[in-house]
Write a protein that binds this ligand. Structure first.
Ligand code: BGC
Length: 393
């Protein structure tokens, strides 16, 4: 890499991180008390952001774990390995906390093979057909790690690298951790040195917001998402088929047998794909071959923060609303979970034990000129936001 370009990229990361936080490991007591919690939920209920060690990678790199909390007792733990959301404790309608994301207690689990639990996925989340794409007539070949196709950034994607801490602390109404990563030109076959950052902000109004920023020194493609598997009744407690889901999408991208879009965006109307009015995930899943694993075309069209999905779990009363500025969301019902993975608290993850709502650009966009563009140009700033808002009813 040319020295000047490298310095520019490092500067870009520094600029991206300039919206810094006031204190490291800060704890701020909120004057106003929230409603009484039941005795089981006696965890920290104050705004804080802290850091501890999460271990080392096999090649000796230090990995840390950051904990963000707010006064409702919501606690998000994020690791610098893969910028992974390790856990997310959220109160139910009685104030009892439960971890609502699948994953592992220890770093080892994340270092091993797993289906992207909680990870930041990149450079290209979802599939690229035949593991190749062209930019300005030049073909870029990527790893065919999903049959003949490319999935979630390749062999060693953003979920398998150690991110750098840029900021940690309590800032305004949020507890913040900001992580950065520089992906070098040619990494996993993608062109351009890419400086990117991911910021998790836990707000006082019970929102976990993830914002993504990036810059490149060469024309490239980019599609970042978070790949959390949710179970709003609590991770490992059973399947998610009883959750009620609303998706703000009238269409989905039709796929072939390799889950690559054919280019047709089809109406959900009158089909088991329709979640425009709330329906339980399990009500029609049997009519969808293999279960849900589809990209929905959001009605917002992307570009502005808009409601993409709302999920309600009736036994706990937990509600999660997702707002995003992305044009699509992959709704995946953990169809490939099969009991072979033992996760947090020794829970065995069976089929449909978690669902993902991966806000994103459409799969295979680099090869689909009619899809919203995923091309990032030098001098352009990639900047997107997805927010997960929690409440109960
Ligand atoms: C994909 C699934 C895949 C899962 C784990 C999802 O984003 O749509 O097909 O099995 O990720 O890799």
């Amino acid at each position: 890499m040319k020295a000047r370009v490298w310095i520019k990229l490092v500067l870009a990361v520094a600029v991206i991180s300039m919206s810094g936080c006031e204190k490291k490991g800060a704890t701020v007591k909120e004057p106003e008390a929230k409603p009484e919690a039941t005795p089981e939920a006696k965890e920290i209920r104050q705004m804080s952001a802290n850091e501890e060690s999460f271990g080392k990678t096999p090649d000796g790199k230090q990995v840390d774990l950051y904990t963000l909390t707010n006064t409702s007792g919501i606690r998000a733990r994020i690791t610098s390995f893969g910028a992974i959301l390790v856990s997310l404790d959220v109160p139910d309608r009685d104030g009892n906390l439960a971890d609502i994301t699948l994953g592992f207690d220890k770093l080892d689990g994340y270092i091993g093979v797993h289906p992207y639990f909680g990870a930041i996925v990149g450079r290209y989340a979802n599939r690229i057909g035949k593991a190749a794409f062209k930019l300005d007539g030049v073909e870029y070949k990527l790893a065919a790690n999903n049959d003949v196709n490319h999935l979630h950034g390749g062999i060693k994607g953003f979920d398998k690298v150690v991110w750098r801490l840029e900021d940690l602390g309590v800032k305004g109404a949020g507890a913040v951790v900001k992580l950065s990563y520089i992906s070098e030109d040619g990494e996993e076959g993608y062109p351009g040195n890419l400086a990117c950052s991911v910021t998790y902000t836990l707000t006082e109004d019970d929102k976990l917001q993830i914002s993504y920023e990036a810059e490149t020194d060469k024309k490239t493609v980019l599609n970042l998402t978070n790949h959390s598997y949710f179970n709003l009744a609590g991770q490992g407690t059973g399947d998610i088929l009883g959750h009620e889901l609303m998706l703000n999408a009238d269409k989905y991208t039709v796929v072939d047998e390799g889950l690559i879009p054919t280019g047709e965006n089809r109406s959900v109307k009158g089909t088991p794909m329709d979640f425009t009015t709330p329906m339980t995930i399990g009500s029609r899943i049997g009519q969808v071959e293999g279960g849900y694993d589809h990209n929905y075309v959001l009605n917002s069209g992307g570009g502005t923060l808009a409601l993409a999905a709302k999920v309600y779990e009736p036994t706990s009363g937990r509600v999660m609303e997702i707002h995003t500025d992305q044009p699509g969301v992959q709704f995946y019902t953990g169809n490939f979970l099969d009991g072979s993975v033992t996760g947090k608290a020794a829970k065995v993850y069976q089929k449909n034990y978690g669902f993902c709502l991966e806000t994103q650009h459409f799969p295979d966009s680099p090869n689909k000129p009619d899809f919203p563009t995923v091309v990032l140009f030098p001098g352009q700033r990639y900047s997107t936001v997805t927010a997960y808002k929690f409440s109960t009813k």
